[in-house]
Design a protein. Structure first.
Lengths: 114, 113
């Protein structure tokens, strides 16, 4: 079992460029999440998907779009990257559709926007 | 929405000493309080959690206490070891609807050998 796999692990973009972060889980989990981690600010939820075909905004959704392609995959897209989006991005999954179960995180994707 | 505050931001202890990290939350409806450990270059990993119907939970050297009246909960690590060095995050959730966890800002724990 690979768990939660994120690609790429590192990426440098110029302001205005677009990119997609990919995430896949092999645990047959229903819910998937995208968080960003910034120094001193913990983990902030960008978007989540409680089940295949549904997505909802989290705390900081502006500038991002997501797609729940199927039960395994949940992608995060930056249409026009800004320096404020420099961060470490974590994808996570959980078995249930509620929010009281264990989150399983990927190893993170470090994004730098110049 | 929920707001979770975590203190201290950094903590340095000697090997064998105890470490305590404290969190407060704002939403009295919160009923699930997990703690995650993040090692360097990795994603966070759940180490212990507590639900609002209990006041304390232990797992070997780790314990979590919850005071619902005061809306705070704490992580206690006894007999610390160098491998406990990591960033620790508390979180809170109201457990209903589809809102996800709200995390604290993290505590960097350094255990000095």
């Amino acid at each position: 079992n690979a768990g939660v796999t994120q690609t790429p692990k590192f990426q440098v973009l110029k302001t205005g460029q677009s990119m997609t972060l990919q995430c896949a889980q092999d645990m047959n989990h229903n819910s998937m999440y995208w968080y960003r981690q910034d120094p001193g600010m913990g983990l902030r939820l960008i978007y989540y998907s409680a089940s295949e075909g549904t997505t909802d905004k989290g705390e900081v959704p502006n500038g991002y779009n997501v797609s729940r392609l199927n039960k395994r995959e949940f992608s995060l897209r930056l249409e026009s990257a800004a320096p404020s989006q420099t961060s470490v991005y974590f994808c996570a999954s959980s078995e249930g559709t509620g929010n009281t179960g264990e989150l399983f995180f990927g190893e993170g994707s470090r994004l730098t926007v110049l | 929405g929920e707001n979770v505050e975590q203190h201290p931001s950094t903590l340095s202890v000697q090997e064998g000493d105890s470490a305590v990290i404290k969190c407060t939350y704002s939403d009295s409806a919160s009923n699930y309080f997990p703690w995650y450990k993040q090692e360097l270059g990795k994603g966070p990993q759940l180490i212990i959690d507590i639900r609002s119907n209990v006041g304390e939970k232990k797992d070997q050297r780790i314990a979590v206490t919850l005071n619902k009246t005061a809306k705070h909960f704490s992580l206690h690590i006894t007999e610390t070891q160098p491998e406990d060095s990591a960033v620790y995050f508390c979180a809170a959730s109201i457990g209903t609807g589809r809102r996800a966890l709200t995390f604290g800002s993290g505590t960097r724990l350094q255990v000095q050998p």
